[in-house]
Design a binder for this molecule. Structure first.
Ligand SMILES: Nc1ncnc2c1ncn2[C@@H]1O[C@H](COP(=O)(O)OP(=O)(O)OP(=O)(O)O)[C@@H](O)[C@H]1O
Length: 408
């Protein structure tokens, strides 16, 4: 790995080059140590068989290549164990790849593991000096940055306390403050950022926005809105391999979401006063059993309620969630005729011109005896539906905008 001092040859210089990077691990420690010894011996003899998997080995990262320029932010996404942190650790020089090359130009600021890079028995202040020195700053340069780092981390009262006594959030605050305030050319940020509170996360995004024009950022997260917010390219990792990579971040996010199934129906509360017999969405199009609507279609939800043992007609709320389990909307229904036929009732809830963005949504239905009070029945993920649109978007709504005023 090359790590040279900051130089600028224009705003779009390549700062990170990763070429067919691979890293294998072994599932058990004893075998791993044995292979390590064997590898030492064969390496001395100059005989490399790095790309071959031996029993109990697996590829944590396999043939990953990308190029990142100044001003670009790459999002690394994928489910737990996909290889994201391993890739970051290789980029940061913490572990050696088994195959492939990493070429990094400039100063690297990294926030990889909670507390990584900090000496736990030294104070926050001493660690700032240590980290600054590792990044190649002189004492005078660190002196000049110290106040900004402490202010950014908002841990002034605790700056002389040993880092081992910091809370998780305080460690992340200090780690990000050092990584971001030391003018890195390449900033590597792992999921640990999420440990910070919302105020700090918002501050980090503002900082990333500010330094991004001069920096190449590699960002790992499970939080897709965050990825979408700052990344202009993405790699979706699956068992160490790039399943998707490119500038279409929304597409990468869509593929990531498609790996999770939030559609498992669960009755979480049933008082026995009502039975929700059937739920359906009116459409003539289905994909893998899920009703499909086009953007701006009418959403027509039909419910059949039976076994009514209530004095009055209940209230019904239908909560619609996106793949991120963010609430995308609520449909309310209140019967106008309060007297109910004991046998049952069919109702249709209609939402016209649905403007949800492309993706899969699911519904949770709660039936109340009184308005949003005394729930008598609740079923989660009772009905999924898919919205079709040619625009990839991670936001729940894709609003139609009509031109109100046009000035030529
Ligand atoms: N030092 C190690 N020795 C053996 N296996 C390891 C080691 N480090 C990581 N692994 C394995 O490599 C695979 C990739 O792990 P990695 O931490 O890179 O995943 P990740 O995508 O960052 O996951 P998460 O989203 O949970 O943080 C996992 O199967 C993990 O168990």
């Amino acid at each position: 790995m090359t790590n040279i001092k900051k130089h600028s040859t224009g705003s779009k210089e390549v700062l990170v080059e990763v070429d067919r990077l691979s890293k294998k691990f072994c599932v058990d420690l004893k075998t791993s140590l044995w292979y390590g010894l064997k590898d030492l011996y064969t390496n001395v003899l100059g005989n490399h068989q790095d790309r071959v998997l031996r029993p109990k080995e697996f590829w944590a990262v396999k043939d990953i290549s990308f190029t990142l320029r100044r001003g670009e932010c790459l999002g690394l996404i994928g489910h737990n164990g996909a290889g994201k942190s391993t890739l970051l650790k290789i980029l940061n020089g913490l572990i050696k790849p088994d195959a492939g090359k990493v070429h990094i130009r400039g100063r690297v600021g990294a926030l990889i593991e909670l507390g990584a890079g900090f000496n736990p028995i030294l104070s926050g202040r001493e660690n700032i000096y240590n980290n600054g020195a590792v990044l190649g700053f002189s004492k005078a340069e660190i002196d000049a940055k110290l106040e900004a780092i402490i202010d950014f981390a908002e841990i002034r009262e605790f700056i002389d306390m040993p880092v081992q006594h910091y809370s998780s959030g305080m460690k992340v605050r200090l780690g990000f403050a050092v990584a971001a305030q030391m003018e890195p050319d390449v900033l590597i940020v792992d999921e640990v950022l999420a440990v910070g509170d919302l105020g700090f996360i918002l501050k980090c995004f503002k900082t990333i926005d500010t330094i991004l024009p001069h920096t190449a950022v590699v960002f790992v997260s499970h939080n897709m809105p965050m990825v979408s917010r700052i990344c202009n390219q993405a790699v979706l990792l699956e068992k160490g391999k790039a399943e998707f990579q490119g500038n279409n971040v929304s597409k990468a996010i869509d593929l990531y979401y498609s790996k999770f199934d939030a559609s498992e129906k669960a009755i979480v509360f049933d008082s026995g006063l009502i039975t929700l017999d059937s739920v359906s969405i009116i459409t003539d199009k289905y994909s893998k059993g899920i009703p499909v609507l086009s953007w701006k279609d009418d959403l027509i939800l039909c419910l059949k309620l039976t076994n009514l043992k209530l004095e009055k007609v209940p209230y019904i709320s239908v909560y619609i969630y996106d793949k991120e389990q963010r609430s995308a909307g609520v449909l309310f229904y209140e019967f106008t005729n309060k007297s109910i036929a004991k046998g049952g009732v069919n109702i249709s809830l209609i939402h016209k011109n649905i403007q949800f963005s492309k993706g899969i949504y699911n519904m949770t239905i709660i039936i109340y005896e009184e308005f949003e009070y005394k729930p008598i029945y609740r079923v989660n993920s009772i009905q999924s539906f898919q919205i079709e649109h040619n625009v990839e978007s991670w936001t729940p709504l894709l609003l139609d905008s009509n031109i109100f005023y046009e000035n030529n």
